[in-house]
Design a protein around this ligand. Sequence first.
Ligand SMILES: [Zn+2]
Length: 258
Amino acid sequence: MLPKDPSKIEAYRQKLRDKKLGTIPYNKGQKGVSEETHKKMVLARNDGRVTGIYTRTAETRIKNSIGNKDKKRTEEQRKHISEGHIGMIYTEERNLRVSIGVKNYVKTEEHCKHIRESKIGIPQTEESNRKRSESESGAKHHNWQGGKSFEPYGLEFNDELREQIRTRDNHQCQECFKFQRDLRTKKGKEYLLMIHHIDYNKRNNNSDNLITLCRICHAKTNYRRKDWEEYFKVRLWIKEVARDQSCSHRSESCSDHE
Ligand SMILES: [Zn+2]
């Protein structure tokens, strides 16, 4: 048991290390584990949670990051890891877990610099670019939605309807509340506010399924779709209720409701 007195923890750890010194790990020379064992391990790691999304606490992340800092893997270790990955099957569930993990992970400026620097000097051949692009495009992309983006919009989803929704939403992004007049692309070009389908069904063009978003906020909705759907539904509903109330306080000739 880990001693409660923090000053004794290091000594306790050292004791454990000494005890292990010279002994042979029980799994030395074994290659992988059986499917059943693997399943058990995953379950144990997830504390039996049904969602299966294994999240480390912030504390653990920091501990790991400190522990791994400046650690350089030897050529042999790298080879070992790389061989371990050969033939590994990435399940859809695993991809989802990774994608959520990545989504919630905020890179620090230092981290970005680190990544930039680590890529310096690695030549990108046409071949490697092509391979990467092939491995990430279409159905192989971790966020592939089954080809939804190639589906056509309903005929009624035209400029007129889009403009109606923009007007209803006060020509503002309904997530970050930026005004139409302030919108610019990264290159500084003006662009029109986008109309997002809350339930991701392009044929459902009821006004209660449409909401105005800027490009940046719209891009965010490509991930965690279920969460965004719920979120925008509630948002529109609150807006509707607020509008109803403000109208009932005013005259009966309110023409907002048709
Ligand atoms: Zn926005």
